[in-house]
Every structure is written in C-alpha cells, then in structure tokens.
Design a protein around this ligand. Structure first.
Ligand code: ASP
Ligand code: MG
Length: 418
C-alpha cells in the first residue's frame, strides 16, 4: 500500500468541526488507496495554556513534568481524530508517542529523535487499519519519561514519520495555502510558489518565514522527504499548495525565489579592538557563553584610532536579536573588565532590520548582489551591513525602510511573475 503522512496544525484542529473537516481530507486520501499516518498538533491555544499552568505552578520547574503537562494537548486531538474517523467507518486508532514508540533523547523541552520503530504501526495496518493517528510533538526517553521536541515540533514529527515509513509525501495542512515569495501582508504582489527547493525553504524558514519549523525542513532535506504545505480550509487536490522538494525536481529556478525579513535586529560595533590573533574568539566566546545569538559578523579597519592600542586596530560589527542587546553589552563589558578584550567604545544601533533574497539560481548567476543593491539605492535605502552565502544575500537596513525594501526587491527580481 502506498503511504501518506498528513499533518494538521493547531488551527486545523481548533474545534470539533475543524477536526471533522480534517478527517474528510484523510477520508479522501484513504479513498485514493493510501494508508495514512495522521500527525496532529494540540488544538490552537492549548499548548500555550498548559505552558502557563506550569509556569504558574513552579518557577524553576522540573522539565520532565513540563513535558508531561504540555504534551497532553496532542493526546486529546489524536483521540478525537481517531473517534471522528471511526464515525466515518474508517478503521483508525490513536497512538501516543510511547505507544509507537517514538524514541528520543532525554533533552526535555527540546528532545531529538533517536528512532521510530515501525513494527507496532505496521502490524495494525496489516490487520486492516487504514489510519494511524499519532500525537505530534512528543516522544519517549530511554528513562521511560515523556519528552517534547520544542515548540512547533509536530512538523518535525510528521517529517520523521514520513522518513521512517517511506511515505510518498508528507502533507502539512495549515492555515495558509502554501509558501509565498514573501510575506503577503508586506508585499501585496507576493505569489504562492508551486515548488521550492529544500535549501531555499531552509533559508526562508530560518529567516523568519514561519510556515514550517526549521528542524522539519532540515530533516526533510536529509531524508529527501517531499513536503507539501497546503490549506486545511480550502478544497485541495494533488496539485494544491507548495511542494518543498529536491532541486532536481524543479525544472528551472529563478535566480531569486523569495525575499525574507527579520524585523527586530540590532547592530553592535566594538570600536578599536586590538588587531591580533585570537581577538575574534575573545569577543564571540563570551557572547556565546552568554547565550547571545550572533548572526552577521563584519571585521574591518577601524574608522577611528584613539591611540589606546600600540598595534593595529580593527572594528568588529555584528548583529544580534534586539532583545539580546543588553545581554551582549553586559558580556562585552565584563570581558573588558576581566582583560579578555580591549576596545574603546561599544555602539549599539537597535533600529535595524534584516532583509534577504534567497535562491538556488544564484549559484550560477553573477550580478545578483549588484541588482539587489541598485534596487535599494533607487529607494534611497542605506545598507549598513552585508552578508552573503551561496544562495542568499542579506542586508541590514534601518527598520523604518524594511517594508519598502521587501517590496522593492520583490519587484526588482520580478517575483510576482511565475
Ligand atoms: N502544540 C505544540 C506547539 O504549540 C506543537 C505543535 O503544534 O507543533 O508548539
Ligand atoms: Mg506549527
């Protein structure tokens, strides 16, 4: 029997009528001849509510009990979905993580998969069951405790099952109808993509496009699981949504596939750091120890020279999420006080945003950066920091120009046209 994984997110199972609607989509695939593994999230809002219960009970909570509580939302939807399918005469049953079992590490709250043995579920399919409804987001540690995978983890559960069971495809049903060239709330000309390569999706996902948990895309890329993102609120068929797939499956890709943004960035510059071997590690070591997520890094010849260093001096600029600026400042001041680094000034600019263009076509095309910079210049947008990778170019700009920059780049690379 060909097998399909279908995942329904929180808004898609938010109440009984939505569960019934999702069940109809499962029914349609069963009618097409598939065995189906359904992965469900908790009803929307439930996980947040339970996180609140835990935090309201214990400040320094035991992570094992946190997982015991917050994993429970998925158990409810799994049982309800199985009941709904049974009402429609479809042989189905629910599976909690420990029943499969979904074996994970013991890192409570951010557990990782170890393996998903197929035997138990396969045996039920062999008995004539058509659907296995599995609670997403949860697993079982070697110590026999319930674990969770981190927020948004049901996407990753779905991909892991698709890989373990050799599914033909993993369909992620959600409240949007696919992956767009950019955020339609910012650029009204944003267009839904029919296909996007794993690597592009990974860049877009980690750059702030919230459709899929980043880990799920990493896993899909590693195991070549074809992922489809589609709406649970619309009539859908085998061509609906966006297929996230290997680049070999994409006939011809444009240079740029999407424009991503991240609004709340900050740019920090250490002015006149002595330029010697080991200085970068002396800066980024303490930042990492303080849990600061550094993104872009630029080192250049210092603009000023205060004469406080005898040798050469350099400026070190890096970007961090705006809510980590205070933590980064503290780490730098402490490192300076401890004599680990020397610098004259730390300048923080907390009004910046990051805008990026992403596309696998960039690998074989020259002049993409030039085109991007020209489009920004035409709008009089000043670029503060630039970073590039093989398939991405990112710039830091003043936050007030973020929307304008996204629109200008969307136009410049003609992303509204297929
Ligand atoms: N219910 C969990 C969450 O809200 C997992 C998920 O929905 O993916 O994060
Ligand atoms: Mg989600």
């Amino acid at each position: 029997m060909p097998l399909l994984v279908m995942k329904f997110g929180g808004t898609s199972v938010a109440d009984l009528s939505r569960i019934a609607n999702a069940a109809k989509k499962v029914q349609a695939e069963v009618a097409r001849g598939y065995d189906v593994i359904v992965i469900v999230s908790a009803m929307s809002g439930e996980t947040n509510k339970m996180v609140g219960y835990v935090e309201g009970t214990s400040k320094l909570y035991d992570a094992r009990e946190y997982d015991a509580v917050v994993s429970s939302g998925e158990n409810v939807t799994a049982g309800l979905m199985a009941l709904r399918l049974q009402e429609m005469d479809i042989p189905a049953r629910s599976w909690q993580g420990w029943q499969v079992p979904i074996n994970t590490t013991s890192a409570h709250g951010s557990a990782r998969f170890i393996d998903i043995p197929r035997a138990n579920i396969d045996a039920k399919f062999a008995e004539g069951f058509k659907v296995a409804v599995v609670a997403g987001f949860q697993g079982l540690s070697a110590e026999g405790r319930i674990t969770t995978l981190g927020r948004g983890g049901s996407d990753t559960t779905a991909v892991a099952f698709a890989a373990a069971f050799g599914a033909e495809r993993c369909d992620i049903y959600t409240d949007v109808d696919g992956v767009y060239t950019t955020d339609p709330r910012i650029a009204s000309k944003a267009r839904k993509l029919d296909r996007i390569a794993f690597e592009e999706m990974l860049e877009l996902a980690s750059l702030g496009a919230k459709v899929l948990q980043t880990r799920s895309v990493e896993l899909a890329m590693r195991y070549k699981v074809r992922l489809r993102v589609l709406s649970s609120f619309e009539d859908t068929d085998e061509n609906s949504g966006t297929l996230v797939c290997d680049e070999d499956e994409i006939m011809e890709s444009k240079v740029v596939s999407g424009v991503a943004y991240s609004r709340d960035e900050a740019k920090m510059t250490l002015v006149t750091v002595e330029d010697r071997p080991g200085v970068a590690s002396a800066i980024f070591g303490p930042l990492a120890d303080a849990g600061v997520n550094v993104d872009m890094i630029v080192q250049n010849i210092s603009e000023k020279n205060y004469g406080t260093h005898t040798g050469a001096v350099t400026d070190m600029t890096f970007s961090v999420p705006v809510n980590q600026v205070a933590r980064a400042q503290k780490a730098m001041e402490e490192a300076r006080a401890a004599g680990i680094i020397m610098y004259d000034e730390l300048i923080s600019d907390t009004d910046v945003a990051k805008v990026s263009v992403v596309g696998i076509g960039m690998r074989s095309q020259v002049g993409v950066a030039a085109r991007m910079f020209k489009a920004l210049a035409a709008e009089n947008i000043n670029i503060k920091v630039i970073a590039t990778s093989e398939i991405k170019i990112s710039v830091l700009i003043d936050r007030k120009y973020m929307e304008l920059a996204v629109q200008a780049l969307h136009d410049c690379f003609e992303l509204d046209k297929a």
